[in-house]
Design a protein around this ligand. Structure first.
Ligand code: LMR
Length: 331
């Protein structure tokens, strides 16, 4: 009888702890073996460890749950709890200041970028998400973009008349226009097929995205232009996040802090490894532009800054220029 009582109590306790577990659905659109893919799994592991199993983060990679545009809507209605969209994807949401990150050549390197993402400008941008029901948690790096196509891309004239897939961003549309190309907005999960079938001629992305989506199988030329940046904001549904018990929220914030250090540490390594993979495949010729070719691209794209200043917000732009020392008039 006594044993039965002990057993029943133990089962009840297990039942209670199971039902008390919080599930966090974390969705993203890239492959698992990318900087974002690996960092989200790292966060899930840390979250389980620090909350002692009270929280289980389920990571869904490769658009398994939602495509680009849908994931943002899903987060706002609470069907998914966390995302890490690229910064470009906040423009269509109405927070156009984030499109400043898409401006060509705005950051020389990661150190420049971190002056913004890890400083007051980055924090002020995150705060702009709150009225949209979104809690900004961290910035995760990916890297600088390369252009690809089936024909060599060296001189600016080589881009003329070609159709390039871009993320939904007015700044990126203008970037492609500035070099005579035709911009085609498309969800990330559809790019491989569009390249394969010739719906578009080329695309731009950091190499880790290019390689893990196997785009090198359907693109003959890759030029390491480093003409723009692509990175992420890790976000949560604000109501859900604020509703978590304070101790659990604190543990998740700590997990996010550690995941961010990890994400930003591996981003460059992942891109370097992906580049090796592309080279080894022998399917895509990798080209490093000369100093002159890169400068010509920079000059052609420079007017995008003035054209888009009104849209992204002059104040934000000035703050970024001040933080990084970038001066678009000095090109
Ligand atoms: C893209 O759509 O090209 C990127 O935003 C994908 C990603 O999340 O890195």
């Amino acid at each position: 009888m006594k044993l039965k009582l002990i057993l029943a109590t133990a089962l009840l306790a297990i039942g209670a702890s199971v039902s008390a577990q919080t599930i966090i659905k974390f969705s993203h659109v890239v492959a698992a073996d990318t900087p974002k893919g690996k960092a989200s799994v790292f966060f899930a592991q840390k979250a389980a460890e620090l909350t002692k199993g009270k929280v289980k983060v389920e990571v869904y990679a490769n658009s398994a749950l939602y495509k680009d545009k849908e994931e943002m809507e899903a987060l706002q209605i609470g069907s998914v709890h966390m995302l890490a969209p690229s910064l470009a994807k906040f423009g269509p949401l109405g927070v156009k200041e984030f499109e400043a990150f898409d401006l060509p050549f705005i950051f020389d390197d990661t150190a420049d970028l971190h002056k913004v993402t890890q400083g007051p400008v980055g924090a002020a941008l995150m705060a702009k998400l709150e009225p949209r029901g979104i809690k900004g948690l961290a910035y995760w790096d990916n890297g600088f973009k390369a252009f690809s196509a089936n024909t060599p891309l060296k001189a600016v004239a080589d881009y003329k008349g070609k159709k390039f897939r871009i993320q939904s961003s007015k700044v990126l549309e203008e970037e492609i226009r500035s070099i005579g190309g035709i911009a085609q907005v498309m969800a990330f999960s559809e790019v491989y097929q569009a390249l394969q079938t010739g719906v578009v001629d080329g695309t731009e992305n950091p190499i880790s995205n290019f390689y893990t989506q196997k785009m090198h199988e359907v693109q003959k030329h890759l030029t390491l232009t480093n003409h723009g940046y692509l990175g992420y904001a890790v976000i949560a549904n604000k109501k859900f996040w604020d509703g978590l018990p304070a101790d659990v929220r604190g543990q998740l914030e700590q997990a996010m802090k550690e995941a961010t250090v990890y994400a930003n540490k591996i981003a460059q390594e992942e891109n370097d490894m992906a580049l090796e993979g592309v080279k080894k495949s022998g399917k895509t010729t990798v080209y490093v532009p000369t100093k002159e070719e890169r400068l010509a691209l920079k000059k052609a794209m420079a007017p995008v800054h003035t054209k888009m200043a009104e849209r992204v917000g002059k104040e934000t732009l000035e703050q970024i220029y001040q933080a990084t020392g970038f001066d678009p008039t000095k090109l």
